[in-house]
Design a protein around this ligand. Structure first.
Ligand code: SF4
Ligand code: SF4
Length: 356
């Protein structure tokens, strides 16, 4: 058990707080606890953030934000790439990191900070309670401010933008955080704290997103436009990314699509919120949408555009530090023909094993 009375400060014997030293200690600790990367941003970088996304609305005395990146294993994308094993990405590459591994690490680092007398808020994905929707609009009849001038609960601190403002990498055209280590292949957790820490510079290394548009071409729902950009100024930097169709992504990433007018219904993959029966897209081999893993892991599309295509593009360009002996794509990409008979059914009929 931690001896709270004896928890040392950050290396200065006289507790004359040194933000540089404290930042070094925090980073060492974050990596030792299981983060793959860590960066620090000073709170002034969020100046001008919309009120519903302003971390100072959560912690007015916040001085520093610590962002940690947790890699999605390249191997977790393998089974989707081969078309044979989809659950690993949704479980180990998505829900398991988001709802298990990352919270444990940000909580442990927050304990380390609070043992030294500074407050720390461990934050991951608490999106379900946020007051704004995917388009940044207040959800009707969801919540109200507790007093004039305060945001409606809950605030949403954008984790990818936090990664950018803490120096981890760039925002790519796909709206994903791209880092020099893993490209688009990580998830981000953050800590808000009143601990003064020396910030890292905003990423200024080799260009990561070269606008190759591989993400645009490979997204199965066409959710990443080629020409429609969102422009923002983040800590004095002009940043732009695609105006991603988030509602389209919400449907497509589960493996679903709306049937075209007059198209036979086919398997009822999922019933959408507007009551329409959706059909499986050619990027899903499932008759019905599989149930979620770790709460929200349901990424049947296996991030085909925004992660897999982008990662392959960046690997080919040689800009990533996490290198592999073999290229990721080793066989022709697959696609399910839902108008054709199920190969298992025809095999069973041919060998007489079908029972009826
Ligand atoms: S696929 Fe190309 S355009 Fe899209 S985010 Fe990655 S590097 Fe940028
Ligand atoms: S998660 Fe899937 S549907 Fe959404 S943008 Fe990425 S590739 Fe497209």
């Amino acid at each position: 058990m931690t001896d709270l009375g004896k928890a040392p400060c950050f290396g200065a014997d006289d507790c004359n707080h040194d933000p540089e030293q404290a930042a070094r200690v925090i980073k060492r600790r974050a990596l030792a606890l299981g983060a793959d990367m860590v960066g620090i941003g000073s709170i002034d970088r969020w100046q001008g953030a919309p009120i519903q996304m302003d971390p100072k609305q959560i912690m007015p005395e916040c001085r520093s934000i610590i962002a940690m990146g947790f890699r999605v294993m390249r191997g977790s994308l393998r089974g989707v790439e081969e078309g044979t094993y989809f659950s690993n990405y949704s479980a180990m590459g998505y829900g398991g990191i988001t709802y298990l591994y990352m919270p444990m690490t940000v909580i442990d680092l927050s304990r380390f900070i609070e043992d030294r007398g500074y407050e720390a808020i461990p934050m991951g994905h608490q999106s379900d309670w946020r007051a704004i929707d995917n388009e940044g609009q207040l959800k009707p009849q969801f919540s109200r401010p507790v007093a004039a001038g305060r945001a409606a609960p809950d605030i949403m601190v954008q984790l990818r933008i936090a990664g950018f403002l803490c120096g981890l990498g760039e925002i790519g055209w796909s709206k994903m955080l791209l880092t020099p280590e893993f490209g688009p292949r990580q998830r981000v957790g953050i800590i808000l704290t009143d601990l003064p820490l020396a910030p890292d510079p905003i990423y200024d290394g080799p260009t990561l997103c070269n606008r190759c548009m591989a993400c645009v071409q490979a997204c199965p729902g066409g959710c990443i436009p080629k020409d429609d950009a969102v422009n923002a100024e983040l800590a004095g930097h002009q940043v732009s990314w695609a105006n991603v169709n988030m509602q389209g992504c919400d449907m497509t990433f589960r493996g679903a699509q709306r049937p075209a007018d007059g198209e036979p219904a086919g398997p009822a993959y999922e019933t959408w919120w507007d009551g329409q029966k959706l059909r499986p897209g050619d990027w899903s081999p499932f008759y019905e949408k599989p149930r979620n893993l770790y709460n929200t892991g349901q990424a049947v599309c296996g991030a085909r555009g925004c992660t897999r295509a982008c990662m392959m593009s960046m690997e080919r360009r040689g800009v990533l530090k996490n290198r592999f002996h073999e290229p990721f794509r080793r066989r022709e990409p697959w696609s399910v023909d839902w108008s054709a008979p199920d190969p298992n059914a025809t095999t069973a009929a041919a060998d007489g094993s079908q029972t009826d």
